[in-house]
Write a protein that binds this ligand. Structure first.
Ligand SMILES: CC(C)(COP(=O)(O)OP(=O)(O)OC[C@H]1O[C@@H](n2cnc3c(N)ncnc32)[C@H](O)[C@@H]1OP(=O)(O)O)[C@@H](O)C(=O)NCCC(=O)NCCS
Length: 196
């Protein structure tokens, strides 16, 4: 099913993007209550490296800043009409044609079923084919094996280790820097623009 939606940050019309298992639609104000419930879950906070619980007022302010900045594209991930997570391209840099990526599947009973990987491939297709980006990067805690497997499956390569970058729960943790280039995406997933 395709919907015509207005992307709030750009005024540019973006249809819902259809993947194999999930579809992506621009995040709306009405999604914030669900998003905050996920972001305040203790296990998700640990995996994302978040230190503080978010209030609804902070989340609403974040959304207003997001609308104004125009430097991110954030999507709700839907499976069979249910909102199960969010995925976003951030710090979109049109000169270097780069962006960073963040993802959370908030409904934990949906983990490990391929939805995250499908959302990643779908948003990368949008990033490379629609936005014309050259490189998408991310950072992930060493030890977040589910996320790392999912990133590798989609074609991300490890660039390096940010040694003992984050102090959390009484000790320092390594972050892996990972990225994928447009030509690497094409090699792995084919050149044709599919699903948008
Ligand atoms: C990371 C995340 C987006 C991945 O999405 P997902 O739908 O759960 O992942 P997928 O099912 O697509 O892929 C998971 C991969 O991990 C593997 N996996 C599944 N359970 C695992 C586990 N308990 N430990 C390690 N690997 C596991 C799967 O086999 C699969 O790898 P494969 O494709 O090589 O077989 C999702 O788990 C999530 O939102 N986690 C919490 C937030 C988070 O960590 N975000 C990323 C921060 S950088």
């Amino acid at each position: 099913m395709l919907f015509n939606l207005l992307f709030p940050t750009s005024g540019k019309e973006v249809r819902t993007i259809i993947g194999q298992r999930v579809s992506l639609r621009p995040l709306e104000r009405g999604d914030l209550a669900t998003s905050i419930k996920w972001l305040n879950d203790a296990e998700i906070m640990r995996l994302l490296g978040r230190r503080h619980q978010l209030s609804m007022a902070e989340e609403e302010q974040w959304y207003e800043d997001y609308l104004k900045s125009g430097k991110s594209r954030i999507f709700a991930i839907e499976e069979g009409g249910s909102h199960i997570g969010n995925i976003g391209l951030h710090k979109i840099d049109n000169e270097n044609r780069s962006a960073s990526l963040g993802i959370v599947i908030g409904e934990k009973d949906r983990w490990g079923k391929g939805h995250g990987s499908d959302a990643l491939v779908t948003v990368l297709r949008y990033a490379f084919r629609e936005l014309g980006l050259h490189k998408v990067s991310l950072r992930v805690f060493q030890g977040n094996d589910r996320a790392i497997s999912s990133y590798k499956r989609c074609g991300f390569k490890q660039e390096g280790v940010m040694r003992e970058q984050v102090f959390k729960d009484g000790k320092f943790h390594n972050l892996f820097a990972m990225s994928i280039l447009d030509r690497e995406f094409d090699e792995l997933h084919g050149k044709e623009s599919k699903g948008i």
